[in-house]
Design a protein around this ligand. Structure first.
Ligand code: SF4
Ligand code: SF4
Length: 433
């Protein structure tokens, strides 16, 4: 029984909770609000009443399920092993079955399913963005909305939309006698905003003799739809991506976004549990999916001899869906430490959520800002010059926080620093002494 199809599938998970409240200690939303509804225990209490028939799942109860960044810190802390993320996803799907989707979300997820239409919209948006966004003074990146449209407000800093999507006309990167053939799943953030991360992924793989193709028919990973309870859209997107990668003939699938990685490794199998055709494909590609840092460190043992020097103090933010969703936290640090001249300075709480959480920061912008403020205070305590992370969505949130807090650091993906290091060595003709 899939968590996405039948809420009863998480009934036992709900009963595991002994209401000890340990999850309060780690929940970023509880820390920001001190309200029980924001923590796992509060939501489980409500859902228990629904399971036992003491309460209906009203629109109000469904709305309370939006108070979660899906950071999974409570899963890790829970002495009873409650997997709250499973409960929450099932509850949100149940809420949509009973009360439907908010019209804005419905429009957004329908557009994501119509990839060519979405692509056209983003290209048009890129041409019109000057009318909607103004550049952030004193920075060569980032833009804010000119008018407060009531969603993210005027404070939020966005990356500028790329003039052309990253995947447009992108040929396979061939290398002579490749050691492996990989296919790159870019995700929407890299395709439309952060093409610099995509370029770094291609650059690093090429230097390590890996051939990379970018399957054209890929689309959104489906996480925005699945975490908001739109199971049918998430399934449609999962099937499209599986079909595209199955046709690629690649040995490995590379992602550099933590949510996309979690989708390929975990969500697709759960979403397609009852689909006899696509479930085996989901299992096959889950086994072949790698975060870029995991692939470099664990699979190909990347070249450390051709790295150039970057004199920089760097700190690292763990994306929740990389650290807790995929157990990847050593690999990005190993990469940073391997770059000559980079000094890695740990945050006090590197794995504390940054507050981005996809649509969470749109639905609850003030709360997202409070969570982000904690992260910024942590960054400000370090002498770091750069904040590195392993996810483009976290990078966006960190950018916004750094700029709005007046901190001078830039935020980059780890793979960008690695690529920069290779490029420096290539430019100077020097290799590591
Ligand atoms: S820590 Fe686990 S058992 Fe304790 S209240 Fe939270 S979810 Fe329930
Ligand atoms: S997943 Fe994170 S935000 Fe959600 S209840 Fe658990 S600790 Fe709080």
């Amino acid at each position: 029984m899939s968590i996405y199809s039948d809420f009863r599938s998480v009934q036992d998970e709900i009963y595991k909770c002994m209401k000890c409240g340990n999850c309060q200690e780690v929940c970023p939303l509880y820390k920001a609000t001190r309200k029980e509804v924001t923590v796992a225990r509060g939501k489980i209490g409500l859902l228990e009443m629904f399971v036992t028939g003491e309460a209906e799942m009203t629109a109000g109860m469904a709305e309370r399920m939006s108070y979660c960044t899906t950071c999974m810190a409570c899963n890790e802390k829970c002495p009873c092993g409650v997997q709250f993320d499973r409960i929450l996803l099932a509850a949100r799907a149940e809420g949509v079955r009973r009360h439907g989707l908010h019209p804005v979300k419905k429009t957004a997820f329908t557009a994501l399913r119509l990839q060519r239409f979405f692509d056209f919209g983003m290209r048009t948006g890129s041409r019109l963005q000057g009318a909607i966004f103004s550049r952030v003074a004193g920075r060569d990146y980032g833009a804010r909305m000119r008018v407060d449209m009531g969603l993210l407000g005027r404070k939020k800093v966005f990356p500028r939309l790329a003039a052309k999507p990253f995947r447009a006309d992108r040929p396979t990167v061939y290398v002579p006698r490749p050691r492996m053939k990989a296919a790159f799943f870019t995700g929407c953030m890299i395709n439309y905003f952060y093409s610099d991360i995509g370029e770094a992924v291609l650059g690093v793989l090429k230097r390590n003799n890996v051939e990379v193709s970018i399957p054209e028919e890929q689309g959104c990973c489906g996480v925005p739809a699945s975490v908001n309870g739109d199971v049918e859209s998430a399934r449609a997107l999962a099937r499209r991506n599986l079909k595209a990668f199955e046709a690629s003939g690649a040995d490995a699938l590379i992602v550099s976004c933590s949510s996309c990685g979690s989708a390929w490794k975990h969500s697709y199998e759960r979403l397609l549990e009852e689909d006899a055709v696509y479930r085996p494909l989901a299992a096959k590609w889950a086994a072949r999916a790698y975060d870029i840092s995991e692939f470099l460190v664990r699979v190909i043992d990347y070249d450390r001899e051709s790295l150039g020097r970057i004199e920089r103090k760097v700190t690292y933010h763990d994306p929740c869906h990389l650290r807790r969703g995929q157990n990847i936290f050593l690999e990005p640090r190993a990469i940073l430490r391997s770059i000559p001249g980079v000094e890695l300075i740990e945050l006090q709480k590197p794995d504390r959520c940054c507050g981005m959480a996809g649509s969470f920061c749109i639905v609850h912008p003030d709360l997202a800002d409070k969570v982000l403020a904690e992260k910024m205070a942590d960054v400000a305590r370090t002498p770091a010059q750069t904040v590195a992370t392993g996810c483009p969505a976290c990078r966006l949130q960190l950018w916004s926080g750094l700029i709005n807090t007046g901190l001078p650091q830039d935020a980059v993906h780890v793979v960008q620093l690695l690529n920069e290091s290779y490029e420096r060595a290539a430019e100077s003709g020097a290799t590591r002494a």
